[in-house]
Design a protein around this ligand. Structure first.
Ligand code: NAP
Length: 294
């Protein structure tokens, strides 16, 4: 079997085209969606991510501003800055690029973001809403995975979904979204004994660990759908996922590559969440309707 390659760039372009139309409609009605990205310090990888986010915003008409704060900014200054963005009517979404310097309490910073502008979906209020199926801003990476499956016509209902990784930004919210979609969900992590016993039983396998090539073809059920969230840089500079693409492709029915799989979807869902935040503001009474949560 040679697995279908799920093209995250193509699917991203599809959703971005739809978002672009919705942005144009909002602008006609007097609201231009705006995203503020806050970055602290000079981590090279974070700077690349932030630039890409700003560029993606511009490509569909969303206003964006990047605030690069000095590495020695204090906790209070950073919190106060986030609070000033909460008050700024031109800004509908606020994203604080993680990781923050170790001396900063990143949870306190996330909690300073208004839940109505928390387009990463990491605020307690939005995480809690996700658990009870009422999320306005599902975290972008797991949300992107759901949208990829939807686009590909891959049903989750009734499937055994195995997620490897239980982080707050990927594994746990992914589990909630898969549950909501009717999957039977198993979450594995570093303390899981005999990982392959679980992965071999997955109809849909999501790898979100951060270890290059750790999921090999012999750990995958023939015909399974494999979603590789991992991004790992090899010593030669090459980017690879958590899944050994070659051996997995020989067994799976469909698989996402790295790069060009989940990565582009993450940024696209950030655009979608920012747009939704702006639509929320533009609705009289600020109430969200069902189509906004699609
Ligand atoms: P993380 O916070 O480091 O979490 C990694 C998870 O993997 C943890 O739950 C850990 O278990 C588990 N794990 C570690 N070793 C394991 C093993 N041998 N067997 C099973 N589970 C193991 O990482 P993250 O932020 O979730 O990110 C995961 C990967 O996705 C990274 O490569 C990251 O770069 C990538 N990522 C990609 C995107 C994208 O847009 N494509 C977005 C976000 C993240 P414990 O909880 O027990 O420690």
């Amino acid at each position: 079997m040679s697995a279908k390659r799920i093209d995250g760039k193509l699917i991203s372009d599809f959703f971005r085209a739809e978002f672009k139309l919705r942005v144009a409609r909002l602008i006609e009605r007097g609201t231009r969606p705006g995203l503020a990205v806050v970055i602290v310090g000079s981590d090279a990888a974070s700077q690349v991510y932030v630039r890409n986010k700003a560029r993606a915003c511009e490509s569909i008409g969303i206003y964006s501003e990047v605030h690069a704060l000095s590495a020695d900014v204090s906790q209070d200054e950073l919190t106060a800055f986030v609070e000033s963005l909460n008050q700024n009517p031109a800004i509908h979404g606020i994203l604080v690029q993680l990781p923050l310097p170790k001396r900063i309490d990143d949870r306190a910073v996330i909690e300073a973001i208004s839940p109505d502008k928390d387009v990463d979906g990491f605020h307690y209020a939005n995480m809690g809403a996700l658990v009870i199926d009422e999320s306005r801003f599902p975290p972008c990476t797991p949300y992107g995975v759901m949208k990829m499956l939807e686009y590909e016509g891959i049903a989750v209902e009734g499937q055994h979904v195995v997620i490897v990784g239980r982080s707050n930004i990927v594994g746990k919210p992914q589990a909630m979204l898969m549950l909501k979609a009717g999957g039977t969900v198993t979450v594995c992590h570093s303390k899981t004994r005999d990982l392959a016993r679980f992965t071999r039983d997955a109809d849909i396998l999501v790898a979100a660990v951060g270890k290059a090539g750790m999921i090999t073809g012999d750990m995958i059920k023939p015909g399974a759908v494999v979603i590789d969230v991992g991004i790992n840089r090899l010593p030669d500079g090459k980017l690879v996922g958590d899944v050994d693409f070659e051996s997995a492709s020989a067994v799976a029915s469909a698989i996402t590559p790295v790069p060009g799989g989940v990565g582009p979807m993450t940024i696209t869902m950030l655009l979608g969440n920012t747009l939704r935040a702006a639509e929320f503001c533009a609705v009289p009474g600020g109430r969200m309707n069902e189509t906004m949560i699609a």
